[in-house]
Design a protein around this ligand. Sequence first.
Ligand code: BGN
Length: 353
Amino acid sequence: MRYASGNAFSFMDKICALVVLLCFLHISVVLVYYIRNADSSQTLKTTNLQNHQIHRKLTEQGVTTEETKPPSVSNDTETERKLETCPDNPPNLVGPLRIEFSDLVTLDLVREQNPALQPGGRFKPQDCIAQQKVAMIIPFRNRDEHLKFWLYYMHPILQNQQLDYGIYIIIQDGDDAFNRAKLLNIGYAEALKEYDYQCFVFSDVDLIPMDDRNIYKCFSQPRHLSVSMDKFGFRLPYATFFGGVSSLSKEQYLNINGFPNNYWGWGGEDDDIFNRISIKGMSISRPDGMIGRCRMIRHGRDKLNDPNPQRFDQIAHTRQTMGQDGISSLSYKILNVEKDQLFTKITVDVGKP
Ligand code: BGN
């Protein structure tokens, strides 16, 4: 009996020890799994956060590349994810900007700072569908110093504004009087040959916005964007002023038969465009005076851009001329096309005054 109970005791002992051992083993396994899981989910969270921050930072600087996109959880969800239209208020806008023209800017620096650009100075946002496809048209001759600054400031601004855009520099060949409005018409026609643009921003090469909330897109009415220029003491020089930077949708542009082709030399063509818009019953939309502030790069008057003596007579007859003179009567010859990461340059023979 003693033996038996002694045996029974040691048998119970062994069972207990085994149970304790199994419990210990179970707890250890659970503990190891718990620690490993907690660790790896923490690592994943940190990596995601860091990448997101880098992506945000680069996006803030106007850079969106495949490598900087935050990693997606699975490829399937990424391809299935439908991109949404970009918001009315792009999230990375900064507001007032410091614009200076003393920096040592080079085109190579601008190329380096804008790695997401495609040939022709083309860009579209990666994480949403741009609200508008916008062609930026710049009439140009012998202003490389200004163009450098324009590209330096404008590319990051336009990328932060989440536009699907391209840059078209339209260069007048030869030494005849400059014909700004005809160059703008040519820019419209040439840009449309390349892409289904819905909106056209017409900008002088020497004007830079001082606030990136001044969005370079189109509105329900033709838009005047350069409303408070430093040159004019940050106010409109006169109420109907439409010079500097403006935007028109394709429909608005066609409604006025584009711009006049016969203003040779400085002045009046922007007043003619204003007349066309009001004759067709449209009004001018403008940003608020603070948001619409812009800087002009100081320069003397161009040698080949003397005031056009016929401009007073011309702007008095817009109603009679606009039907025949415009995009419907545009003729020119392309002499050269240069595609760069930062722009498309098109050199044209615009004919004689
Ligand atoms: C105006 C010019 C505009 C020019 C502005 C600002 C004319 C037409 C005859 C009155 N208009 O006087 O073309 O953009 O000044 O410089 O000259």
